[in-house]
Design a protein around this ligand. Structure first.
Ligand SMILES: CC(C)(COP(=O)(O)OP(=O)(O)OC[C@H]1O[C@@H](n2cnc3c(N)ncnc32)[C@H](O)[C@@H]1OP(=O)(O)O)[C@@H](O)C(=O)NCCC(=O)NCCS
Length: 330
C-alpha cells in the first residue's frame, strides 16, 4: 500500500462584511439588552452583509486572500469545496460560482452541507483528496450569510449569528506536520433541534410557510446548548487521543465560536487555561461554517501559532453534527 501524503494548511484568508451590528443596535429591533446578550453568550457585536451581498462574494474574497498567503496561483487549484448553509442558490453550487470568479480553470467544485460543522467536514474531505494522491492543491472555504436565514423578530436566535467567510489552502507538507487525526460524527435524531423547516423538498416554500417564518432558522437553544457542551469536550478529547497525544500537548484550541459559556465549559473539560483557547465570538458572533477558519486566521495573524504547535479545532451544529481535527502547525 502506498504511503499517505501528509497534508496541511499552507494559506489562510478571511472576509468579513464591513457593517458592524452591536447589541445596542439589536435593542432597537427586539426586546433584549446588551447585558443579557453578553452575559448569556459573550457576544458584543457581529458583522452583517449588505442586502445585495451574497455568500459567494465573501467566499471569493476569503479565498483570494488564502491563495495569496499560500503563494498559490488560481490555475494551480485542483478542487474547491465550499461549506455553507446559506448558498447563493439551491443550485448551481456556490463553489462553482467561486471557481469561475477566482479564475480556477482546472478546479472541480462542490458545496458541502453540514451547517456549523461544515468547515470541519470540508477540511477532512479536502485533505483526503490530497493524502490519497488524487489532487495536489485543494481550497476549502467556510462561508455564510446567516443574517439572511434569521427571523429578525425572534430574540432567541437573531442575536446569536453573524456573517463572514474563511478559507484555507491545503497541500502536501513535510512528514510529521499537518493533519494528525480527525473525527467526524452525526446524530440525526437531533435534527429538529436546529433547523430551517421550509424551503426544501419536505416543505417547499409557499405563502403559509412564509407567514409562519418557517423559511428561517428555528432552534431549541437549551437542548443545543447541552449537546454543544458535551460534544465539544468529547470530540476534542477523541481527536487528541487519535493523534497519539495527551491534553497537555495541546498548544492551541480553536473551537467553533457559538457561545463563550460553551467554549469555557469545553476548555474546563480539557483542563486548558483560557490563554490556550482562541476566542473571538465577542466580535463576530456565530458565523456557522466560517467561524473556525476565521478564528484560525486570527491565531496566525496575532502570532499565537508557531511552528511545531499542536492545534485542536472543533466544530458542532445542526444535524446534529460535530467534527474535530488535530494538526501540527508548520
Ligand atoms: C440561546 C441561549 C443563549 C439562551 O440562553 P439560556 O440561558 O439557555 O436562556 P433560555 O433559553 O433558558 O431563556 C431564558 C429566558 O431569556 C429569554 N430570552 C431569550 N432570548 C433573549 C434575548 N435575546 N434577550 C433577552 N431575553 C431573552 C427567554 O425568553 C427566557 O425567558 P423566560 O424564562 O421568561 O421564558 C443558549 O441556550 C445557547 O447559547 N444555546 C446554544 C445555541 C447555539 O449555540 N446554537 C448554534 C449551534 S451551532
Amino acid at each position: 500500500m502506498p504511503d499517505f501524503v501528509p497534508v496541511g494548511i499552507v494559506g489562510v484568508g478571511t472576509c468579513l462584511p464591513e457593517r458592524v451590528v452591536s447589541n445596542k443596535e439589536l435593542e432597537t429591533m427586539v426586546e433584549t439588552t446588551d447585558e443579557w446578550i453578553v452575559d448569556r453568550t459573550g457576544i458584543r457585536e457581529r458583522r452583517i452583509a449588505k442586502n445585495e451581498e451574497a455568500t459567494s462574494d465573501l467566499a471569493v474574497e476569503a479565498a483570494r486572500r488564502a491563495l495569496e498567503s499560500a503563494g498559490v496561483e488560481p490555475h494551480e487549484v485542483d478542487l474547491i469545496i465550499v461549506a455553507t448553509a446559506t448558498p447563493d442558490h439551491v443550485f448551481p453550487a456556490t463553489a462553482s460560482l467561486v471557481q469561475d470568479r477566482l479564475g480556477c480553470p482546472k478546479a472541480g467544485a462542490f458545496d458541502l452541507s453540514a451547517a456549523c460543522t461544515g468547515f470541519m467536514y470540508a477540511l477532512v474531505s479536502g485533505a483526503a483528496f490530497i493524502s490519497s494522491g488524487t489532487f495536489k492543491t485543494v481550497l476549502v472555504i467556510g462561508a455564510e450569510t446567516m443574517s439572511k436565514l434569521l427571523n429578525w423578530k425572534d430574540r432567541s436566535t437573531c442575536i446569536l449569528f453573524g456573517d463572514g467567510a474563511g478559507a484555507v489552502v491545503l497541500r502536501e507538507v513535510p512528514r510529521g506536520y499537518g493533519l494528525l487525526a480527525s473525527y467526524l460524527g452525526s446524530d440525526g435524531s437531533g435534527g429538529p433541534l436546529l433547523q430551517v423547516p421550509a424551503g426544501g423538498s419536505r416543505m417547499p416554500n409557499c405563502h403559509q410557510t412564509l407567514d409562519a417564518s418557517l423559511q428561517c432558522l428555528h432552534m431549541n437553544g437549551r437542548e443545543v446548548y447541552r449537546f454543544a457542551v458535551r460534544v465539544m469536550g468529547e470530540a476534542a478529547l477523541e481527536v487528541v487521543k487519535r493523534a497519539g497525544l495527551e491534553r497537555k500537548d495541546i498548544d492551541l484550541f480553536i473551537p467553533h465560536q457559538a457561545n463563550i459559556r460553551i467554549i469555557e465549559a469545553a476548555a474546563k473539560r480539557l483542563g486548558l487555561p483560557m490563554d490556550k483557547v482562541l476566542v473571538n465570538v465577542d466580535r463576530y458572533g456565530n458565523t456557522s461554517s466560517a467561524s473556525v477558519p476565521i478564528a484560525l486566521d486570527e491565531a496566525i495573524r496575532s502570532g499565537r501559532l508557531i511552528s511545531g504547535n499542536n492545534v485542536v479545532m472543533v466544530g458542532f451544529g445542526a444535524g446534529l453534527s460535530w467534527g474535530a481535527v488535530t494538526f501540527k502547525w508548520q
